[in-house]
Design a protein around this ligand. Structure first.
Ligand SMILES: Cc1ncc(COP(=O)(O)O)c(C=O)c1O
Length: 426
């Protein structure tokens, strides 16, 4: 099973048989709150009829066509809608089947873009410690979670990592973006000085690091990264697989922070997770550079997946974007964010709590590890919360909170009460 302690699972399997709105239905019939929106992806809540109907109707009309040298309307319609929603001149879309594939695609586009500009020696990438960019060899190479990398060899050559931005000494229990740490972006200057800008293709970061433990960027940090990239001709990729589609109350985090990258990777909330799909949204400049440099009749970018722009996924994506617009999910997220912030920070004084972090509809509660049993507390807290009717995601001594954007105030209260009771039992 993916990222699962298989032996533990087999000894006590948690099976889910259904989902409705903000709830999962467990195999034993209990309804529990889905505090993770699936896996940061069911932003509009489960079982949306509009999406199911769109998938069914698309399957009846055109179940599949590979978008290799011919195309079908749903993928083009979705690409056009995404281009309208993406900030600035991010006007071109390449579809993938997952966030991992979107990240690897973006890295390849960065290389292809520099090669097209006659700077093919720009082949290095810069990622960041504690980042998660999926599980492809490219994404794993630029990511910074040691446990995910250690069994898989040296990965891509020529990758440097920025330091992570977690600073308990100065920023513990900050509400929203922490005050300290803008200078951590200057590590990019040091990486440039060490390798020379002419060898570096792109920098990739999650605007808010998610799987690493919900790390909102320090104030001014992303702006400074953008400045340094501009100074040295480096492409900046925002991995918005989690932050895309409303998590921060805007369609993309780049809009929230007012920082425009050269490419955005997205997935998850794009289809409300009803059908797998990812995408890379690229700027006019990147797109035009690659297309204009091409000579001969062959494809300008020798890259693609059988299921790129799959009609069922595209239909699900279009229906999801309709829900975002009609239900004002961004507005709902903006209303939910302060409730979530107040709720999680009410736990900050608990003696086992070390740090509380939040931004938009993303939050994490990090606990002091129990002596001799690191990681045990989050697993136990998850267990206690489940008994109280809330299914929460546990990482290493941290629980991660990213509910559907359709959560109400009462549901936030239920989760926080469950966590309070659970923390008291640790
Ligand atoms: C920021 C980020 N990038 C990429 C991925 C990988 O996405 P997928 O699991 O769809 O391959 C994830 C998944 O959680 C993610 O959080």
């Amino acid at each position: 099973m993916p990222f699962t302690a298989n032996r533990t699972f087999k000894s006590d399997p948690l099976m889910i048989s259904g989902a409705r709105g903000n709830h999962y239905i467990l195999a034993d019939g209990r309804e529990v709150l889905d505090v993770s929106a699936g896996l940061w992806c069911v932003n509009a809540g489960h079982g949306r009829r509009e999406i199911t109907d769109a998938i069914r109707s698309q399957a009846e009309t055109l179940d599949f066509v590979a978008n290799f040298s011919h195309g079908a309307a749903p993928a083009f319609e979705l690409a056009n809608r995404l281009a309208l929603l993406a900030p600035g001149d991010l006007n071109h879309v390449f579809f993938t089947n997952s966030g991992s594939e979107a990240v690897d695609t973006a890295l390849k586009i960065a290389l292809a873009c520099h090669a097209a500009r006659g700077e093919g020696q720009r082949q290095r990438f810069v990622g960041r410690q504690m980042a998660y960019h999926g599980v492809g060899f490219g994404g794993l190479s630029v990511a910074g979670l040691g446990g995910n990398r250690k069994a898989f060899g040296p990965l891509l050559p020529g990758v440097s990592h920025l330091p992570h931005t977690l600073d308990h000494a100065r920023n513990a229990c900050s509400k929203g973006q922490p005050e300290h740490g803008i200078e951590m972006a200057d590590a990019l200057e040091a990486i440039v000085a060490m390798n020379d800008a002419s060898t570096i293709a792109a920098v990739i970061v999650e605007p808010v690091a998610g799987a690493g433990g919900v790390l909102p960027p320090p104030q001014g940090y992303l702006e400074r990264l953008r400045e340094i990239c501009d100074r040295h001709g480096l492409l900046l990729i925002f991995d918005e697989v989690i932050t895309g589609f409303g998590r921060l109350g805007t369609t993309f985090a780049s809009e929230y922070f007012g920082v425009q990258p050269d490419m955005i990777t997205c997935a998850k909330g794009l289809t409300n997770a009803a059908v797998p799909m990812g995408a890379v949204i690229v700027s006019d400049a990147v797109h035009d550079t690659i297309l204009n440099a091409a000579t001969g009749p062959g494809p300008e970018l020798a890259h693609g997946y059988t299921y790129s722009g799959h009609p069922l996924a595209a239909a699900a994506g279009l229906a999801t974007l309709d829900i975002h617009r009609d239900d004002d999910l961004n507005g709902k997220a903006r209303a939910l964010a302060p409730l979530l912030e107040a709720g999680v920070h009410a736990l900050a004084d608990h003696p086992v709590v070390k740090d509380v972090r939040n931004l938009g509809v993303l939050a994490a509660v990090q606990m002091h590890p129990r002596e001799g049993a690191p990681g045990a507390r989050s697993t136990e807290l998850r267990h206690h919360c489940l008994a109280e009717g809330a299914l929460i995601r546990a990482g290493a001594d941290t629980v991660l909170i990213s509910p559907p954007l359709t959560f109400g105030a009462d549901e936030v209260t239920q989760v926080i009460e469950a966590m309070k009771k659970g923390l008291d039992r640790l």
